[in-house]
Design a protein around this ligand. Sequence first.
Ligand code: NDP
Ligand code: GDR
Length: 344
Amino acid sequence: MKKAIITGITGQDGAYLAKLLLDKGYVVYGTYRRTSSVNFWRIEELGIAGHENLNLVEYDLTDLSASIRLLQAVEAAEIYNLAAQSFVGVSFEQPVTTAEITGVGVVNLLEAIRIVNPEIRFYQASTSEMFGKVQAIPQVESTPFYPRSPYGVAKLYAHWMTVNYRESYGIFGSSGILFNHESPLRGREFLTRKVSDSIAKIKLGKLDVLELGNLDARRDWGYAKEYVEGMWRMLQADKPDTYVLATNRTETVRDFVTMAGKAVGFDLEWEGRNEEEVGVDLTTGRTLVRVNPRFYRPAEVDLLIGNPEKAKRELGWAPATTLEQLCQMMVEADIRRNECGCSF
Ligand code: NDP
Ligand code: GDR
């Protein structure tokens, strides 16, 4: 049985990928960080906690010796590095921590591969945030990078280190430039989940108003469950490479909120501009959404839209779930969680 290590199994993608690999017959070693209260709610929700082929291993990406020992102990064929300080907003407040985890941490794993077993296949979770102030529309693998946050800069360093280890040492290191991907397992600090959870709470009378930052930002949002399949396909290819995974559709934050409102019967209309803008439910006249500049970022990524043509051609990967379906799925999940008081 093939063994795979997934760093960051407590996160959204780690949980979906663990499920995918277990279903494919892998023995999975999922890493989590020592904290005072570890939370495995995602793998529990997917029904894989306690699976006989799932091993949970304590590990911190910032520790080189731990990285070496992890690889020595597991003898894995594949490593999926999903661990990161992944929240862009926080990266402005904690740029050094973000650089240490999201940037340099990746070199710990690459070094461990070089030292322990250069045959291990390595997946690096790169990001559309590396395109930042975009230099072309849509973005593809060859589009020049221009990151706009400490997170984007750290990820760009990790991306180039992966490419460098590929070219310098022949390591099978693939980098997936993934555009935003969401699901009911998304962390609640990220836009889509904050919206689905808040709209559910407003619908159930548990919240009055949803406060957001920049409503004009445009994102290419896909379904996380489909994106982890793309990660796996990258490591089954004949050679390591860099691939964009995206939907080739972009919508504004405002559009997503309107869509989420529609999923529960709100008819949102937008009035005012900039900090004065509000979202009003036409049926009741109630203001349900307003802007709070607290959620603005010092530098913003205005527009992301990716063309996944290369992944389609070479890996046979393509997204299937529409944004409307994804949004509906997320809102319904949050209605259920809020109704039963088991909100995560
Ligand atoms: P999450 O934030 O949900 O998960 C991140 C994971 O990394 C968590 O399990 C977290 O553990 C772990 N982690 C954080 N710091 C460390 C550390 N020092 N050592 C070990 N583990 C650590 O992210 P997603 O699942 O959404 O994303 C997965 C990866 O893909 C990330 O690298 C992200 O940057 C990248 N990415 C995500 C995209 C998206 O749209 N979701 C798009 C493009 C890239 P803990 O629970 O303890 O915090
Ligand atoms: P992003 O995702 O920064 O694209 O990074 P996020 O969902 O945080 O923001 C998306 C856009 O929405 C705007 N926005 C708000 N965002 C949040 N979180 N909260 C708000 O209240 C709010 N109001 C407006 C943001 O300014 C932004 O433009 C995600 C992460 O998963 C990264 O790890 C990953 O690499 C990229 O996606 C691709």
